[in-house]
Design a protein around this ligand. Structure first.
Ligand SMILES: NC(=O)c1ccc[n+]([C@@H]2O[C@H](COP(=O)([O-])OP(=O)(O)OC[C@H]3O[C@@H](n4cnc5c(N)ncnc54)[C@H](O)[C@@H]3O)[C@@H](O)[C@H]2O)c1
Length: 434
């Protein structure tokens, strides 16, 4: 099939490349010329394990191309995936749909024959209806079908998630397009993915409801961790004990920093805003948002306690700054709240992240990117393990820390408190009592 991905970011690039690997002809389009130039030269603009190899393979076998010519790419394709960003609108909780509607207007000018137009971007309920309205101004109804096919991939495991999804959700109001999409996804269905056909609005809501539920699970366990700290219980025992109940499940049940990333923060806000519009009060999700906003403040408070409220000139080393491991994505990472706050209080901060320098901290004089883990750990008062990269999971701190007064605050519970105690390392973690 001839596909066009509009927006070549995390979702558009990964899904475009994977579709081409399944034998389809794919054009990935982006308005960012620098990104397209890089991709045309085999340079991958994001960190995503395994992506490099797939891109090269499919460029070589001529199934994958990159372009910034939207009009022509649309004309050459039968199925168009909209994969542009849907960030939070400034000053509100709503999803900003400008990128989606700009694309819809472009599409409307270029429908030379029947095309299936799919939102893969996460969009609020009724966005498909709006896209249809835009298209209908210039085109007859037999020129297009508007479908919702939300994407559930996780950064860091995006290729695996795309190739082996739990489910493929297709929301279309007619059976013919659903049949075509079922065929497109048939290699994944053959490997065990469930194909779920719903109304377009239902598919739009499934995505938001799923993300809001996962965010709720994280927030829930973070709050239980707070109780564990007061009652001298190990949160890891609670996660195991709860997670083994198949109705609950063990994933997204690990205490840690506030959830971040490009999806949960914006999607939880957007679903409550959509619900408000339809006069429905989603009180659970609203309190999840509030609790998560408090989480970074709470962990900062623990940092102050560990340092005895003397932050000025204290040397703090952050291990990992991305919102999770195996991605370079900094969007809404809790480090963006914690590092500026500590820097404002006069701390001298070094960070080491396997994905390197982060422009988000470049304007902070007392925040520096360390070139290596050992440089980051040199002469420090406090080590904060912020992101659960494998690189940080089995460090020999007895050897690495020269200053015996150095504290470790492990926000991901990567290490055993007992082992650290035996080694006489001043170690703090999350939700583990004293
Ligand atoms: N990142 C994830 O893990 C993830 C997972 C599932 C769903 N989603 C959803 O997918 C959507 C895209 O997310 P992302 O993380 O890939 O975003 P992104 O910001 O990485 O990529 C979006 C791309 O769209 C391009 N773009 C914007 N307007 C354009 C236009 N008119 N023409 C061509 N290109 C245009 C931008 O230049 C950018 O490269 C969002 O709605 C997001 O919520 C993201």
């Amino acid at each position: 099939m001839k596909l066009c991905m509009i927006g070549t970011g995390y979702v558009g690039l990964v899904s475009g490349v994977c579709f081409s690997d399944l034998g389809n002809q794919v054009i990935c389009v982006d308005k960012d010329l620098e990104k397209i130039n890089k991709l045309q030269n085999g340079i991958i603009p994001i960190y995503e394990p395994g992506l490099d190899e797939l891109v090269k393979r499919n460029i070589k076998n001529k199934r994958l191309t990159f372009s910034n010519d939207l009009k022509n790419s649309i004309k050459k394709s039968d199925i168009i995936f909209i994969c542009v960003g849907t960030p939070t609108k400034k000053g509100s909780s709503r999803a900003d749909l400008n990128q989606i509607y700009d694309v819809a207007k472009e599409l409307s000018k270029s429908l030379n024959k029947f095309k299936i137009i799919i939102t893969k971007s996460t969009v609020p309920v009724t966005t498909g209806d709006e896209i249809e309205k835009i298209l209908s101004r210039k085109n007859s109804k037999n020129k297009y079908a508007v479908v919702s096919n939300p994407e559930f991939l996780r950064e860091g495991e995006a290729i695996r998630d795309f190739v082996y999804p739990d489910r493929v959700v297709v929301g279309s109001n007619d059976k013919k397009t659903s049949k075509i999409l079922k065929k497109l996804y048939s290699p994944l269905i053959a490997k065990g993915a469930k194909y779920v056909h719903t109304s377009r609005r239902a598919a739009e809501l499934i995505k938001y409801a799923s993300n809001a539920f996962l965010a709720t699970k994280i927030t829930f366990i973070n709050e239980i961790a707070n109780l564990c700290e007061k009652t001298n219980i190990n949160i890891d025992d609670i996660s195991i004990g709860m997670g083994l109940d198949q109705r609950i499940g063990s994933r997204f049940l690990r205490a840690g920093p506030a959830y971040g990333g490009s999806c949960f923060p914006k999607d939880t806000k957007a679903i409550t805003s959509t619900a408000d519009k339809f006069k429905t009060n989603l009180t659970v999700i609203k309190s999840v948002i509030k609790s998560n906003e408090n989480r970074s403040k709470l962990l900062l408070k623990r940092v102050y306690e560990i340092l005895n409220n003397k932050i000025k000139n204290k040397k703090i080393s952050f291990l990992g700054v991305t919102f999770k491991a195996n991605t370079d994505d900094m969007r809404d990472s809790s480090s963006l709240k914690m590092i500026p706050e500590l820097s404002k209080k006069g701390a001298i901060i070094k960070y080491y992240d396997p994905t390197g320098f982060k422009k988000e901290f470049k304007n902070y004089k007392n925040v520096q990117c360390a070139k290596s883990l050992s440089i980051c750990l040199e002469k420090t008062d406090l080590i904060i393990i912020h992101t659960e990269w494998n690189d940080f999971k089995s460090l020999d701190f007895s050897r690495l820390i020269k200053n015996k007064k150095t504290f470790i605050f492990d926000m991901r519970n990567l290490y055993s408190a007992e082992e650290m105690d035996k080694k006489k390392i001043k170690y703090f973690s999350v939700g583990r009592g004293s």
